[in-house]
Write a new protein. Structure first.
Length: 176
């Protein structure tokens, strides 16, 4: 084996990314307080060709030095919007036909490994506050909750790690 050089990675330009067919996913960040987490989620979204990021509530917006530090330019490739109220964003997404999914531990949640992609579906996937998660009034607006199976003592991941796990799983079921 030989480690690939950056020039061998076949990276898309921003223009090529914008013109690429997207994975039918919009990420909704509901009151994410860490700018580093926001940047990391942008970067993960770029990797999986998501349609857009929607930042809500206290979530900071680009341009910001601390977001850029972890996004590494993904705020330029991935489209984004901001809504003061997450409910307004979800109302619009529902009207546009998106299936609304909270990533949250909840009664009746679907384990991520049991998620089945319905061909032709588009998803709005909500990731919540690092401590409080997604508020119940937002969960109430969702079509269902996805839960990442966990087997240790903590039963929590950093929100950017959760985004990486969930986006990979859904991307692989949509595209591979």
């Amino acid at each position: 084996m030989r480690k690939l050089k950056n020039s061998e990675l076949n990276r898309k330009s921003i223009q090529e990314y914008k013109q690429s067919e997207k994975t039918p996913i919009i990420v909704v960040m509901d009151n994410i307080r860490s700018l580093n987490n926001i940047g990391s989620i942008f970067r993960t979204g770029d990797a999986f060709l998501i349609e857009k990021v929607i930042l809500c509530g206290i979530s900071a917006t680009p341009p910001h030095r601390d977001i850029h530090k972890t996004a590494l330019g993904a705020t330029e490739s991935v489209d984004w919007d901001y809504y003061k109220d997450t409910k307004d964003a979800l109302t619009r997404l529902k009207a546009e036909g998106y299936t609304i999914i909270a990533v949250e531990q909840a009664v009746g949640s679907v384990l991520l490994n049991d998620f089945e992609h319905a061909h032709g579906s588009s998803y709005a996937i909500i990731f919540g506050h690092e401590v409080r998660g997604i508020s119940q009034d937002i969960v109430d607006m969702c079509d269902y909750c996805l839960e990442i199976p966990q087997f240790g003592t903590k039963h929590s991941f950093n929100v950017s790690v959760s985004a990486g796990i969930v986006l990979w799983e859904i991307f692989s079921k949509c595209k591979l």
